[in-house]
Design a protein around this ligand. Structure first.
Ligand code: AMP
Ligand code: ZN
Ligand code: FE
Ligand code: FE
Length: 287
């Protein structure tokens, strides 16, 4: 195996199970050359990751932004946008992330309360008491409660039976319009990569035309190699990236024990990382 570069990983700052320091150690142990910390709607883990960075590991500071996009068929769909190397103190970024984290907490509480009202083994107060006060919370936190209560065996089963998009307990969020998020990160000196655009097992996805449209707004790259992408979807995305001159990334979307995927299970080519870095101006890659 050549150089391993994993540009999408979560920590306890959102819905991963490794602390940022543990992610750094795990990346080193997995033999990664570079890793990105990309928690949902927060940069709260950046400082600890920087403190704990082992010698020889390059660390790309980023976040995964919750966005809403046209689906290309006249409807709307939730999408994720990876943002890298932006100024975490840019007022527009701080305001949007603060708003989204508050909404994440309100939404998770409402979902938990609805489950409790239906007699499912969930105590909303106990769940929040077990979470860091500033954590960017999400459905995987609730999924773990359902696993701990023995209602389901795995986080994936909790999603399939209760929490998936459009499922019985699903509640929407007011996510950021994706074209606005792309522009916001560019204005904050960062770069954006469309995360797992064809992750069909999670629900409806965008058409290629929606990605083309975003290139005009300043989108830098597309995540092609992702565990939730089938081979045919990877081929289509790679061709689209070539056509649109987009940076191509590959990443595990590691969530610790909240998912079965290993760090470094997918990887980004070194020249693609360099292309991303060369287009960003706000913060450097560490190491
Ligand atoms: P939320 O932030 O509350 O919208 O939850 C999104 C997170 O849940 C993502 O990070 C995914 O990793 C995870 N997720 C979304 N859909 C599924 C699914 N169908 N099965 C397992 N995990 C999922
Ligand atoms: Zn997640
Ligand atoms: Fe995602
Ligand atoms: Fe993710």
């Amino acid at each position: 195996m050549g150089v391993l570069i994993d540009l999408h990983a979560h920590t306890t700052s959102s819905d991963g199970t490794d602390t940022p320091a543990e992610l750094m150690a795990a990346a080193s142990a997995a033999g990664l050359h570079a890793v990105a910390i990309t928690d949902h709607d927060t940069t709260a883990g950046w400082a600890e990751a920087e403190q704990a960075r082992p010698a020889g590991l390059r660390v790309v500071r980023g976040a995964e932004l919750s966005c809403i996009a046209p689906d290309g068929r006249g409807g709307k769909v939730t999408v994720h946008l990876l943002a890298y190397l932006f100024d975490p103190a840019a007022p527009a970024v701080v305001a949007e992330q603060t708003r989204l984290r508050a909404e994440r907490r309100a939404r998770l509480r409402l979902i938990a309360e609805r489950m409790a009202a239906d007699g499912l083994p969930v105590d909303p107060d106990a769940m929040f008491a077990g979470l860091a006060p500033d954590a960017s919370v999400g459905r995987p936190h609730l999924a773990r409660v359902l696993v701990a209560a023995g209602l389901v065996d795995t986080v994936d089963e909790a999603f399939a039976r209760y929490l998936r998009d459009g499922g019985a307990y699903y509640l929407p969020r007011t996510d950021t319009p994706v074209e606005r998020a792309v522009q916001m990160i560019a204005a904050a000196g960062g770069v954006t990569v469309f995360a797992h655009p064809f992750a069909r097992r999670r629900g409806p996805v965008v058409t290629a035309e929606v990605i083309r449209e975003l290139v005009g707004h300043g989108l830098t790259g597309v995540e092609v190699d992702h565990p939730d992408h089938e081979p045919a979807d990877r081929d289509e995305l790679r061709a689209l990236a070539e056509e649109q001159n987009l940076v191509v990334t590959g990443s595990s979307d590691y969530h610790g024990t909240n998912k079965t995927v290993r760090l470094g299970a997918e990887s980004t080519a070194p020249e693609q990382l360099e292309a991303l870095v060369s287009k960003a101006s706000a913060v450097p890659v560490l190491g």
